[in-house]
Design a protein around this ligand. Structure first.
Ligand code: 4AD
Ligand code: MG
Length: 457
């Protein structure tokens, strides 16, 4: 169908006075003696287009006036009666699809929780139009950032035989039927599709390191899978993961890259999505725009894990989980540090080695690793980052200490045999980033079809 985007009709001043065709879904209908008004949305713009129907010239099919109906409208673009934009004086309105009254998206504000039950229709609301516009703009900006900085975009495998982050979180990939019997685990997988145990990747890092030790600067942007039983507002079983990996970079270098990249993307979202950001600022998180403006214009905080633990122990706050050196920081601790103490994004660096992954560079103190989590107010961790252990012996000893199967990491170890280099990388959870820039509080509301424990609608 030849037609224009509503975005163009609202924004392109050269269309004033011209005859155009638009298509979309009816959001509201108002009637009076001489004129009727339809508000039409097609998803290309946060603002809707007002269609003005002069009843002396045009008889409106009542089906076209129903909330949710899809229509095609021909008419003349005129300056809006109110405000800056444009509206359309209708000359012909054609019904494309009827919408019966049981349509669950009604004008009165429905709750996000209710909308989670209708993932196939909720995208037609203002909130979700805004969320997914921001998500799309942010994804484009991430690619642009890395492209402009001469990173290769690589695609790492989704099906893998090696576990990057440690045992117990991987979904199995198998073609065996439910009644398959075997005498042992090895025997069971020997007859499986790959002839060995395979799963969905929790991270593209290990293969990313392979690419970085050839191309120097790479990133991945793809799905990662976690079978962790965390039914929280920040966890998904399937999430999108941005993972740059940079050769010849040490921890401070990669932290600088992470900060620069985040600021670039936040700025792009604020510049390219003004209507959406105004909406979030008014309805989701008061002060959101000011918060993001400050993030772009100030340095992120940095604190050593050991100092953070001391600070938490002295804190005038009631924590459910007690804090001791060596413990993993819980969300409540992360929130205290970013929301109460620093009030901005915060890198916590040099974690105890026993709570972090095998591949992280061991610091000279023998107790900590050159790793950092970036914590942000309202969410907690959005980035996991580290310098990688480039020393073969140290890496092997860390793997042995964890009882890992060396055979399946042969290629990874080879990177330390043939021209090993210092290198670092990080993983940004894309949905958590979108939550941070929109003020949305539940990760299920920034994902088209969220997958989480007991939920695969
Ligand atoms: O901290 P994580 O587990 O780090 C890694 O996977 C590293 N291999 C990354 C790297 O260095 N290349 O995960 C990185 C980020 C987290 O900070 C979080 O934002 C996100 O991925 N993430 C999740 N997001 C949603 N649901 C989950 N279940 C997530 N698990 C991790
Ligand atoms: Mg992490």
């Amino acid at each position: 169908m030849k037609h224009l985007d509503i975005y163009d009709v609202l924004n392109d001043k050269s269309l004033l006075g011209k005859k155009v065709t638009v298509c979309g879904w009816v959001r509201t209908f108002r009637d009076s003696a001489q004129v009727a008004f339809l508000e039409l949305a097609d998803g290309t713009s946060f603002a809707r287009l007002q269609i003005v129907v002069d009843k002396s010239k045009l008889t409106l099919d009542p089906e076209c006036a129903k909330n949710g109906a899809s229509v095609c409208v021909k008419g003349e673009v005129v300056k809006a009666f109110k405000g800056e934009g444009a509206e359309l004086n209708a000359e012909e309105i054609t019904l494309l699809g009827k919408c019966p009254p049981e349509y669950p998206i009604q004008k009165k504000r429905t709750t996000l929780e209710f909308l989670r039950g209708i993932p196939h229709l909720r995208l037609r609301t203002n909130t979700f139009t805004a969320v997914f516009r921001v998500r799309s703009v942010a994804a484009q900006a991430i690619h642009r950032y890395f492209h402009e900085h001469r990173y290769y975009y690589v695609n790492t495998p989704i099906i893998t035989a090696s576990d990057c982050e440690g045992a117990g979180e991987m979904f199995r990939v198998t073609t065996h039927g439910y009644q398959a019997k075997a005498s042992s685990e090895a025997e069971y997988y020997k007859n499986d599709f790959f002839g060995q145990k395979a799963g969905l990747s929790v991270s593209g890092q290990l293969e990313g390191e392979v690419a970085a030790t050839a191309f120097s600067k790479i990133y991945t942007f793809g799905p990662s899978f976690r079978a962790e039983n965390s039914n929280t507002t920040r966890h998904l079983a399937e999430f999108w993961h941005i993972e740059p990996e940079v050769a010849f970079a040490e921890l401070p270098d990669i932290m600088e890259i992470a900060e620069d990249m985040l600021k670039y993307v936040i700025k792009a979202v604020m510049d390219e999505c003004p209507d959406e950001m105004n909406f979030f600022d008014s309805f989701m998180e008061k002060g959101l725009k000011e918060k993001l403006h400050n993030v772009v214009n100030s340095k992120f905080g940095v604190i050593d894990y050991t100092d953070a633990v001391e600070m938490l122990k002295k804190a005038n706050a009631q924590f459910v989980y007690p804090v001791e050196w060596g413990c993993d920081l819980q969300t409540e601790h992360e929130k205290y540090l970013t929301e109460v103490v620093f009030k901005k994004p915060l890198f916590v660096i040099n974690y105890p080695k026993q709570i972090k992954s095998f591949y992280m560079k061991q610091n000279a103190d023998g107790k900590t690793v050159a790793a950092t989590d970036l914590l942000v107010p309202g969410i907690g961790e959005i980035i996991g980052c580290s310098e990688r252990e480039a020393d073969l012996e140290k890496l092997v000893s860390a793997m042995k200490a964890r009882g890992m199967d060396m055979q399946s990491y042969k290629q990874y170890l080879d990177l330390r045999v043939f021209g090993s280099v210092p290198h670092s990388g990080f993983g940004l959870g894309f949905e958590r980033f979108v939550m941070y820039v929109t003020g949305m509080e539940n990760i299920r509301d920034v994902t088209l079809f969220p997958r989480s424990v007991n939920n695969i609608m």
